[in-house]
Ligand binder design. Structure first.
Ligand SMILES: [Zn+2]
Length: 238
């Protein structure tokens, strides 16, 4: 018999044996709010995790910073259970749907932490764009068929496909979401690379301007930029 010294201040909680502990049911699930995939949703990632980001920012090792930051982003985006991977490199940033991998150049923007965090948000936004294509488009859409065929051909691809289909099973497909997915698919199907093949990226070139303003990139740059700016605001000394 466990003696309880505190029954005058708290009854019903601290003075019960294990067999009597009440386990509430159902409240956990209702606390999970699906990530809102809007500019405000991206801004709120930083606002919701300001304390964690203050700690994150102290990490000196860039790779550790990226790994921890990626985890925070996945958690806030509601995809912590996703098989999506982070690959840290010395060249470009990208999201590859087929390998379900976000690649980030550890030297991006001179290693600026706000910009690196924003770059990861940018690439994860591309995941959300593909997710919308997968769950909205009809089977007769050429982009849908191509995506399903490619994903189905590898184990990683099949995992990604299953994850998206299961995770967003209850998210309704609406006229609006279909239109948005069609716009993403159209943009992906005529994707403009930032540079000509075998030529370096020239940020002042017409090619780069077209790359940056095509719909899938314009959205990712805007949202990644919002995240980076919001991150910087946390560290402005007043
Ligand atoms: Zn991009």
């Amino acid at each position: 018999m466990v003696s309880d010294q505190n029954d005058s201040c708290c009854t019903g909680c601290q003075n019960t044996s294990d067999a009597e502990i009440y386990i509430p049911k159902g409240t956990l699930a209702s606390d999970i709010v699906l990530f809102v995939e809007t500019d405000d949703g991206f801004r709120n990632i930083v606002r919701n995790r300001a304390n964690d980001i203050a700690e994150l920012n102290k990490i000196k090792d860039t790779d550790k910073f990226l790994e921890k930051g990626f985890q925070i982003l996945k958690e806030e985006m509601g995809i912590a259970d996703s098989p999506i991977k982070l690959k840290i490199t010395n060249d470009g940033n990208e999201y590859d749907l087929i390998t379900n991998t976000v690649s980030i150049n550890r030297n991006w923007a001179g290693g600026d932490k706000a910009e690196l965090f924003g770059a990861m948000a940018h690439e994860l936004n591309h995941f959300f764009q593909w997710k919308e294509v997968i769950r909205n488009l009809d089977e007769d859409s050429p982009m849908y068929s191509a995506v399903i065929e490619q994903l189905s051909s590898t184990e990683v691809g099949r995992d990604t496909l299953l994850y998206v289909l299961n995770k967003y099973e209850d998210t309704p497909v609406t006229q609006l979401s279909k239109e948005q997915a069609n716009a993403y698919a159209e943009s992906w199907s005529c994707y403009i690379e930032p540079n000509e093949p075998d030529k370096p990226v020239d940020r002042l070139s017409e090619q780069y301007r077209k790359y940056k303003t095509q719909p899938v990139e314009a959205e990712a740059f805007r949202r990644g930029g919002i995240v980076a700016e919001e991150y910087k605001k946390l560290f402005i000394e007043i």
